[in-house]
Design a protein around this ligand. Sequence first.
Ligand code: SAM
Length: 288
Amino acid sequence: MTNNRLYSPKYVREIIDRYGFTFSKSLGQNFLIDGNIVRKIVQGAEVTRDDYVLEIGPGIGILTEELALNAKKVVSVELDRGLLDVLEETLAAYDNVEIIHGDILKIDLKKLIDEKFEGGPIKIVANLPYYVTTPILGKLLEESLNIDSITVMIQKEVADRMVAAHGSKAYGSLSVFVNFYSRPEILLKVPKTVFMPQPKIDSSVIKLNIIKELPDLDREKFFQVVKAAFSKRRKTILNSLSTYGFNLDKEDIRKALEEAEISPQARAEDLSLEDFIKISKILPPLYI
Ligand code: SAM
């Protein structure tokens, strides 16, 4: 164990000055400098000595260190080559951490989980770069990986949309997408002041508990229906589905909605995940 817990702002400053590191806005580099938040993230993720953890974007290793202290093994993927020497120094005391240089969006994660984590299951924990939050979560959820949970710091407003229930203003296709694959819960709200440099937006830590048994349906069709429904959120579900460009008659859509016991006059934001599942199962195949 090291005496230098990395999240002291003075230590972060000293490290970045010594390595001549400059923060890259385009890589979403806002490093955590608050030990309480770092501990709360790892506690919220329920990381134990039995756990394999994949971290995305270790930065200078602030969260990585806390993960190393609690997990069996941590693999962290960092895109910025300029941080590799820093990480070698800051994490030198931990033999259960491996840093991989690469872009999380391009890495074969199935292979990584097989090779580094005996096939999993794994937990994912990260303070995500904001500019790629949605593509990263999309990839993690869609690729049928052996993941138990994903605990990540993201933009507060995006986290609110992910947990939004039908009938609320923030509810949309992102809520349906995330709830299809997981049970999301917001663990904590995080002020701007715990980052260096401070971002303009507030953040939340959200935990996605992965659902292992997904509904048995044509996923592509299901998400096409959701996309079409929310493409015109003020229109009725009947109108948005019938004007989207599917190969379906308005009357066929009306019949399908009635069979699913959904009012053709309802709007997308009134429909639950289960409603969308019912509609997509009843509708005939879609061609765009
Ligand atoms: N975990 C550190 C912390 O909490 O202080 C840093 C978090 S910072 C918000 C995001 C990190 O992700 C940065 O280190 C950045 O270089 C890295 N990053 C950005 N895009 C990435 C990508 N596509 N793949 C892997 N890492 C990436």
